[in-house]
Write a protein that binds this ligand. Structure first.
Ligand code: HEC
Length: 306
């Protein structure tokens, strides 16, 4: 044993490259261990350690509540003139709607301006306007807002008021504001249909509409339940007896009868309603066995409830 070891050692001294041969089996064992570990843990190795980000689609925005209103037509040529009346009106509207960001002095330092990026426009600085300083440009900014900024579209301010605010900003804050050409005004008129005026129909949020429909139907269902209960409690009456015999689902049957009133005054309509789509309409096959007298009794009996 000792001999062999000595021999190997001396051979190694002569030829150090042989060391690789000795190391080789170890490499093999290490490789195999890693391989086996990998295979036995394939499940967790393959699994992504970073969970995928799913966009939350559960939150949706609903339609805004809009009051019906009629927007008076506007003559763009005359509204281009900043009368005192318009400017005064603009001043009030500006204080109420714009000063929180743009500041009472128009320099963009209002209390709500902090942290806004981009910052609200300083109207006294005439560089880098996105839409521009002309009356038509400011009108467009108010109609459409500025994408990707705190400057929203002011839908609820009617056109005449938008012009009033724009005049106020121009006369009060902007040094030497550029004038509109008649072409500018004509183009603005075309874009926003200003000379035609507009009737804005009322709109309610979808969620509110659904609530309305549900509550309306709830009262129908409640009424139907009351009728079914009343018939159920009316043990002695012949009409109630016939009704109970010919119905498969009394609530459905009553719902059918409350859905339209054409059957009330015409027995033939009544018979038609009950004998078409039997089973789906809440009645059963017994209706085909009713005598003429039975029909009349049932008809007269049910009429009282609707
Ligand atoms: C919530 C804050 C906020 C309010 C309120 C606000 N704005 Fe702005 N406004 C901004 C910001 C922010 C900008 C800059 C947008 C940009 O540069 O992208 C801006 C830009 C503008 C501009 C410059 C558009 C251009 O061409 O660069 C005008 C004009 C303007 N606003 C008018 C108004 C008027 C009029 C009102 C009131 C009806 C108003 N803003 C209310 C935040 C506001």
């Amino acid at each position: 044993m000792k001999e062999i070891f000595k021999e190997q050692l001396s051979q190694l001294k002569e030829n150090p490259g042989r060391a690789f041969g000795l190391v080789y089996p170890f490499m093999l064992i290490i490789g195999l261990t890693i391989g086996i570990y990998y295979l036995s843990h394939l499940d967790s190795v393959a699994r992504q350690s970073i969970p995928p980000k799913l966009q939350d689609t559960a939150t949706t925005t609903d339609l805004p509540l809009i009051e019906a209103k009629s927007i008076p037509p506007i003559d763009v040529i005359s509204i281009n003139n900043p009368t005192d009346e318009l400017v005064q009106k603009g001043k009030q509207l500006y204080s109420a709607n714009c000063a929180s960001c743009h500041g009472e002095d128009g320099t963009g330092n209002g209390p709500a301006a902090a942290g806004l990026n981009p910052a609200p426009r300083d109207f006294t600085d005439s560089t880098n306007w996105k839409n521009g300083m002309k009356l038509v440009n400011i009108y467009q900014t108010l109609e459409e807002g500025i994408n990707g900024s705190g400057m929203i579209a002011y839908d609820f301010i009617i056109p005449e008021e938008k012009f009033a605010i724009a005049h106020y900003i121009r006369t009060q804050f902007i040094p030497n504001p550029p004038q509109n050409s008649n072409d500018d005004l004509a183009a603005l008129d075309l874009t926003y249909n200003l000379s035609q005026g507009k009737e804005v129909p009322a709109q309610i949020p979808v969620a509110a509409a659904i609530n309305l429909i549900v509550s309306e139907n709830q009262s129908t269902v409640q009424k139907a339940e009351q009728i079914v209960n009343a018939i159920d409690n009316d043990k002695s009456s012949e009409g109630a007896g016939i009704f109970n015999r010919v119905t498969k689902n009394p609530l459905q049957a009553v719902a059918l009868l409350s859905s339209y009133s054409g059957w009330k005054d015409k027995e033939s309509e009544f018979i038609k309603a009950l004998t078409s789509n039997v089973r789906v309409n809440g009645f059963n096959r017994e209706v085909f066995l009713l005598s003429e007298d039975d029909w009349t009794v049932l008809h007269n009996y049910l009429r009282k409830f609707f």
